[in-house]
Write a protein that binds this ligand. Structure first.
Ligand SMILES: [Zn+2]
Length: 219
C-alpha cells in the first residue's frame, strides 16, 4: 500500500494520514499501528530536546549542551535553598526543591538555571566571534522563543539568542553566534555572507546540518 502516507507533525503533535479514496478504514488503522514505535519516538525526541516542555518527573530526561541528563528531585526544607546541580559523571541533574513546590515552580527553577548557564557559555563565544568578524552588537539578549535560534536587528545593532539553544552541542551554539555577527556586516544570506562564514568557520555547513537534525524536534 505505497499510497498510504503518514506525516508526523511534531509541532502540533498530530499524525496525518492520506490514503487513496475507498481505502478501507481498518487497513489505515493497521498501518498506523504498525508505525506506532516510530511515531512515539518522533514525539518523544521533540519533547526531550525542547527545554520549554521538560519532563519534570523523577528520572525524566533533561537536555543540556547536546546531552541528556536524568532528573533527580531532592526535597529541601527552606525555599531559599532551592537550587540545581549537574553531575557530568553520572549524567544527572538534581533539582533541590520544597516538597510542596508545583511543577510550574520546578520549571521556573530549571529555566533560571538554564538562563544562568547559557549566559556564562555565551559570553566567551560572543567575544571570540565578535573579534573574528570585527563587529560587536550594542546589546545582547536571551529569550525563550519559537521560530528562530538567533536574530540580529541591524539598525539597533542588537542580537537575541534563543534559550532553547542550551539543549544543543556547543559547536551549534557557536554557529548561531557567528551567523548573527556576520549579519552585522552582511544583512542577507547572499554570496558575501556565505564567503565570510566559510572564511571564519570552514565547517559551518556541516554544523547547519547538525542544527537541522535537532530543529525538527524544536520549533
Ligand atoms: Zn540569518
Amino acid at each position: 500500500m505505497k499510497n498510504v502516507i503518514l506525516r508526523i507533525d511534531t509541532k502540533d503533535k498530530v499524525v496525518r494520514v492520506s490514503a487513496p479514496f475507498g481505502c478501507h478504514h481498518d487497513l489505515i488503522v493497521e498501518i498506523v499501528r504498525k508505525h506506532k514505535e516510530k511515531i512515539k519516538s518522533r514525539f518523544s525526541k521533540r519533547a526531550v530536546f525542547d527545554i520549554s516542555e521538560p519532563d519534570l518527573s523523577e528520572g525524566g530526561l533533561i537536555p543540556f549542551l547536546g546531552q541528556l541528563f536524568r532528573l533527580h528531585i531532592e526535597h529541601i526544607e527552606y525555599t531559599t535553598a532551592r537550587n540545581v546541580s549537574i553531575n557530568h559523571e553520572d549524567r544527572t541533574i538534581t533539582l533541590f526543591v520544597c516538597s510542596n513546590d508545583s511543577k510550574r515552580e520546578l520549571f521556573h527553577i530549571l529555566t533560571q538555571w538554564y538562563f544562568k548557564n547559557f549566559r556564562n557559555i555565551l559570553i566567551p563565544i560572543i567575544d571570540k566571534y565578535a573579534a573574528k568578524v570585527g563587529r560587536k552588537a550594542n546589546t545582547y539578549g536571551i529569550k525563550i522563543v519559537n521560530g528562530y535560534w538567533g536574530i540580529c536587528r541591524n539598525r539597533a545593532k542588537s542580537i537575541i539568542f534563543n534559550l532553547k539553544l542550551i539543549a544543543m552541542p556547543s559547536e551549534v551554539i557557536e554557529l548561531i553566534v557567528l551567523h548573527e555577527h556576520v549579519h552585522l556586516k552582511h544583512f542577507n544570506h547572499g554570496k558575501d555572507f556565505k564567503a565570510e562564514m566559510t572564511r571564519l568557520m570552514p565547517d559551518w555547513k556541516h554544523r547547519e546540518d547538525e542544527l537541522k537534525s535537532y530543529q525538527r524536534y524544536f520549533i
